[in-house]
Every structure is written in C-alpha cells, then in structure tokens.
Write a protein that binds this ligand. Structure first.
Ligand SMILES: Cc1cc2nc3c(=O)[nH]c(=O)nc-3n(C[C@H](O)[C@H](O)[C@H](O)COP(=O)(O)OP(=O)(O)OC[C@H]3O[C@@H](n4cnc5c(N)ncnc54)[C@H](O)[C@@H]3O)c2cc1C
Length: 314
C-alpha cells in the first residue's frame, strides 16, 4: 500500500537519488523541492521525481529556512501526504518550521517507513540510537527527516519524463541574518556512497598506527571511516568520517571494523552493510554479536600478517 503524494525536500543534491527511491516505494506521485538549478532538477527526474519545484539558490543573505512558509503553502495546496526532508542541519531546521505550520511534529532519525491501512508507520531512533521506536503518524501531512542509507536509489533513467516548475518564493524574515559564509575546512567525502569501508576505533593506540588500516583499505579499495572518539576525541580523522547515530549512515557491501567495540551508537550506522567483519582482541566485545565474520585478535599482530598475505596476492 502506498501514499498518494510524497514530497522530498533537500538542500543536498547527493541525497536526491536515495530519497526519490524511497519516495517511489511509498507514494504514487513524487515531487521534489530543490534549491538549485535546472540540471539538478533533471537529475532528480532521472532518479524518480515526477515534478521538481525549483526554489532557486538562496542569495548571499537569504537561507532556505526563509522559504519555509512558501513551502508549507505549496504542500498544503498540492495536498502532501508525506514530506521527507533530508536530515542535514538545514533540513532539520526547515522540517521544524514547516511542521509548525501544519500544527504537527517532525519524526526525526527515521530508520524505516511503511504504509499500513493508509497510515504511515515510522520506526525511528530514540535515546541517542539505543532504541528504535515505532509510531503511527496521525496528522494528515506527515513530516519526517531521513538521513542517508535508509532507502536505495533506483537506477538512473535519463528517459524518465517529469515537470520542472520554477517557484518565486516569498522571503519571510527567519529571525536570522547571514553575516558571513566561508568554505568549510576539512574534507568533503561522501562516505555513505562507499561500497567498501574500513572503520577504525580506539583499539589503535596512536595516529601513526592507522597506517595499518589505511594499507588494508588501499588493497581492498575501501574508504576509511572511524568511531566517534577517533574523530571527536582524538581528532585523528575528520568528523565527516565518523560512523553512527550522530555521524554517517553507511550502506556498503562490506564494512570491516578494526579495534571498534561495537556500541549501538556506532553499529546503527553500519547495520545496512551487506557483510560485517570485525577484528577485536576482546572476545566479549559487543561487536562480535553483530557481525558476519569476527576475528578475535590483536590488530597489531593480525593486521601485518593479513597485509603481508594480501600484498603477495595483489
Ligand atoms: C548520544 C551518544 C551518541 C553517540 N554517537 C556515536 C556515533 O555516532 N558513532 C560512534 O562511533 N560512537 C558514538 N557514541 C559513542 C559510543 O557509545 C562509543 O563510546 C564509541 O563508539 C566507542 O568507540 P570505540 O569502539 O572506538 O572505542 P572503545 O569503546 O574504547 O573500544 C575499543 C575497542 O578496541 C578493542 N581493542 C583495544 N586494543 C585492541 C587491539 N590492540 N587489537 C584489537 N582490538 C583492540 C577493545 O577490546 C575495544 O573493544 C555515542 C555516544 C552517545 C552517548
């Protein structure tokens, strides 16, 4: 069973494919709101959108949140059943503002959405990822935030037809004025799109030792990820690379964790991996309850041996 009209709102083009894939699963009609140009709108149509509403790039001193009222009016006029907002920081702010105009609440951190008897049933993470709560949405327009790795993108179809509608939104004072925008220092990496990921945890004693994991990643063609303490505490890797409830959600073919204990806040970010592998020296580490292949061993002795064998075969 599906909803009638699903809407997608995103300020991040890389989220369009998965959200459109989800939209097509859940609704008979998919409309997308973008803050970019025609080229991106055509991409959204190829990814599964029927209509794309272009709100245009906000100006230097205008932020997408200022369009929230215009967006809410459009959603009401077109009778939106489900509104999926990409859970970027800006997306969450927009979702909140739009929801207030529908006198409803936002369901955030969605892990699963299904339609039962014309009602939306949502599973979402609560208590920092320690629990999954199932709720039934009672409002006529359901507003949710969805991160990466929840839905699967459909194969791109350049022959798909759709409409692109340019909107001239009303700019309503958002109570925020932009003072300055500067390029972010750090990495720009889309870890959630990686097919193979090697994740490192506090089992590594020094930053230099991460070379062992990097060598493995290089041989198997994997991206590097990490647990939160490695990025937030040690600052050995950038925040864009930490995996879990407060970081990135992955959907790789394989995730190899090295010296990661396997706390739930980390593991929710990798549960959609097709194969999970872990190396940890503690046989009672929680990670072993959640993986397909577990190796009890010290990374400092196991990894050099694995690397030596793989280098010979490589
Ligand atoms: C609200 C909240 C949100 C959070 N969000 C996230 C999140 O998004 N992502 C995240 O990762 N964490 C998150 N955390 C933190 C999380 O609870 C864990 O503390 C964290 O994931 C642990 O990281 P770790 O496994 O690297 O370190 P540890 O828990 O310290 O585990 C290190 C592991 O390495 C093993 N080890 C040690 N030496 C070796 C060796 N030589 N060889 C092999 N194994 C070895 C140990 O046996 C141990 O299991 C969050 C916590 C809270 C409260």
């Amino acid at each position: 069973m599906t909803m009638n009209h699903v809407w997608i709102i995103t300020d991040d083009q890389s989220a369009v494919g998965e959200l459109c894939g989800g939209g097509r699963q859940l609704g008979s009609q998919v409309s997308v709101i973008l803050f970019s140009g025609h080229e991106q709108a055509e991409e959204a149509i190829a990814a599964g959108a029927d209509q794309v509403y272009l709100f245009g790039k906000p100006g230097e001193d205008v932020i997408p949140e200022t369009y929230s009222r215009s967006i809410a009016e459009l959603l009401r006029e077109k009778t939106a059943d489900l509104v999926m907002v990409h859970s970027s920081i800006r997306g969450k702010l927009m979702a909140g503002r739009i929801a207030t105009q529908f006198a409803t609440s936002v369901l955030s951190n969605i892990v699963e959405l299904t339609v039962e008897d014309s009602s939306m049933i949502a599973k979402h993470m609560v208590y920092g990822g320690l629990a999954i709560r199932t709720v039934k949405a009672l409002s006529e327009t359901v507003i949710v935030t969805v991160g990466s790795g929840i839905f699967e993108a459909m194969p791109r179809d350049a022959a798909r037809q759709g409409r692109v509608i340019a909107v001239n939104p009303e700019v309503v004072n958002s109570g925020i004025r932009v003072l300055e925008t500067r390029p972010k220092q750090g990495e720009s990496i889309n870890l959630s799109a990686a097919k193979r990921v090697v994740g490192v945890g506090r089992g590594f004693a020094n930053k230099e030792d991460l070379k062992l994991a990097e060598d493995l990643a290089a041989i198997v063609g994997a991206e590097m990820g990490c647990s939160r303490p490695i990025a937030e505490g040690e600052k050995w890797m950038s925040k864009e690379r930490y995996i879990g409830v407060s970081g990135v959600f992955l959907k790789p073919d394989i995730y190899i964790s090295l010296g990661v204990s396997g706390q739930i806040q980390h593991m929710v970010g990798v549960r959609q991996a097709k194969t999970l592998v872990a190396i940890n020296k503690d046989k009672n580490a929680p990670v072993f309850k959640q993986v397909d292949i577990g190796l009890v061993g010290d990374i400092y002795s196991v990894l050099p041996q694995i690397l030596a064998k793989m280098k010979v075969q490589h």
